[in-house]
Design a protein around this ligand. Structure first.
Ligand code: NAD
Ligand code: IPM
Ligand code: MN
Length: 355
């Protein structure tokens, strides 16, 4: 079987971590006997520099003609004051919209080996294993009107019932394959868009009597993530809340660099680590590539339906962590190595494992 993957390294550490994820996919393909065709395209700041826009038509067209898209990260300080249309981040939002992906799956799983890399006490964080389902196509990120003038900035947080229903169904379906619990997070005590959210999620939940549904407010959830992280299984929440809560959940697992994601539900699935371009460490070869590599494992599972290769890649991640390897963001790891060395160790484990 052959899979066409568009690779969008983007900016900063996006380039460094994507390189390792692609190399891991190549090793897995060789080991398990399938094939990848990788086509690299521009997005973000590098696209702005070379073409004048953050998402060139050719990039989106290539992505739409692929089986999956693997993205690094976009953004760099020199573009921060650009007008909205010329920001790297606008390229990423345009890509998500162009692909039509609406459910962003962000699994936050703590490897036992990283228990001392987490900022939380071991007795609180041990066993953390949650999946945030972030709505990705609506809310304040896409609501109209939006505007910026010298005197006013305006965004609109809006949801329609069908938008909430489709992402809620994704969350309930996934919960059935996990621990049968959905926590729907909103701000229904203040926001109308959240009042609709809660009503629709409750209605959808009635179709899943085997799944426990609880509702919570986002401020309280931010607290609960650090006081009782193991009480969460699947969290479903709107776009902006999901963005914020997933960085918080990520760091519970040792580092923001650990978290992968899959964006699904559209024409072509998109895989990317949760972290950004990390300008503070870019170009130094010390970025943690495990979020990007775990995103490649999600690509194998969700798009390619290749469970054994996906599991092999995830096992290799666990193995190198258990061997004590880690980039400097994982301070508790005794064997501090570079981005490319992490990739090399993972590939070694895959090559040595039984197919
Ligand atoms: P960031 O996620 O890039 O970095 C936050 C902190 O975490 C930094 O200290 C960074 O060094 C560290 N970090 C992040 N990923 C890491 C990794 N893999 N290994 C080790 N350390 C890691 O967030 P930021 O600094 O707020 O944003 C920087 C730029 O990235 C901005 O332009 C922002 O818009 C963009 N961004 C892009 C994406 C994306 O492309 N999906 C996501 C988030 C932020
Ligand atoms: C993420 C990022 C993006 C988002 C930005 C860069 C547009 O923070 O993927 O989490 O807010 O969705
Ligand atoms: Mn984010």
């Amino acid at each position: 079987m052959k899979f066409k993957v568009t690779v969008l390294p983007g900016d900063g550490i996006g380039i460094e971590v994507t390189r390792e994820a692609v190399a891991c996919l190549e090793t897995v393909a060789e080991k398990f006997g399938h094939e990848f065709e990788f086509i690299e395209q521009l997005i973000g700041g590098v696209a702005l520099d070379k073409t004048g826009v953050p998402l060139p038509d050719q990039t989106l067209e290539t992505c739409l003609a692929s089986d999956a898209v693997l993205l690094g990260a976009v953004g760099a300080p020199q573009y921060d004051n650009n007008p909205p249309k010329l920001k790297p981040e606008t390229g990423l939002l345009g890509l998500r919209a162009g692909l039509g992906v609406f459910a962003n799956l962000r699994p936050a799983f703590l490897h036992e080996t990283l228990i001392n890399a987490s900022p939380l006490k071991p007795e609180i964080v041990r066993g953390t294993d949650m999946l945030i389902v972030r709505e990705l196509a609506g809310g304040a990120y896409f609501g109209q009107p939006r505007e910026i003038t010298e005197e006013r900035g305006l965004n609109t947080m809006a949801y329609t019932a069908p938008e909430v229903e489709r992402v809620a169904r994704v969350a309930f379906e996934i919960a059935r394959g996990r621990r049968n619990k959905v926590s729907s997070i909103d701000k229904a005590n203040v926001l109308e868009s959240s009042q609709l959210w809660r009503k629709v999620v409750t209605r959808v939940g009635a179709d899943y009597p085997d799944v426990t549904l609880e509702h919570g407010y986002v401020d309280s959830c931010a607290m609960a993530l650090v006081t009782r992280p193991t009480s969460f299984d699947v969290i479903v929440t709107e776009n902006l809340f999901g963005d914020i809560l997933s960085d918080e959940a990520a760091v519970l697992t040792g580092s923001l660099g650990m978290l992968p994601s899959a964006s699904i539900g559209g024409k072509v699935d998109l895989y990317e680590p949760v972290h950004g371009s990390a300008p503070d460490i870019a170009g130094r070869g010390i970025a943690n590539p495990l979020g990007a590599i775990a995103s490649a494992a999600m690509l194998l599972r969700h798009t390619c339906k290749l469970e054994a290769p996906a599991a092999a890649l995830e096992t290799a991640i666990s193995r190198i962590l258990a061997d004590g390897y880690g980039t400097p963001d994982l301070k508790s790891q005794p064997n501090q190595v570079s981005t490319s060395e992490i990739g090399r160790h993972i590939r070694r484990h895959i090559a040595q494992s039984a197919a």
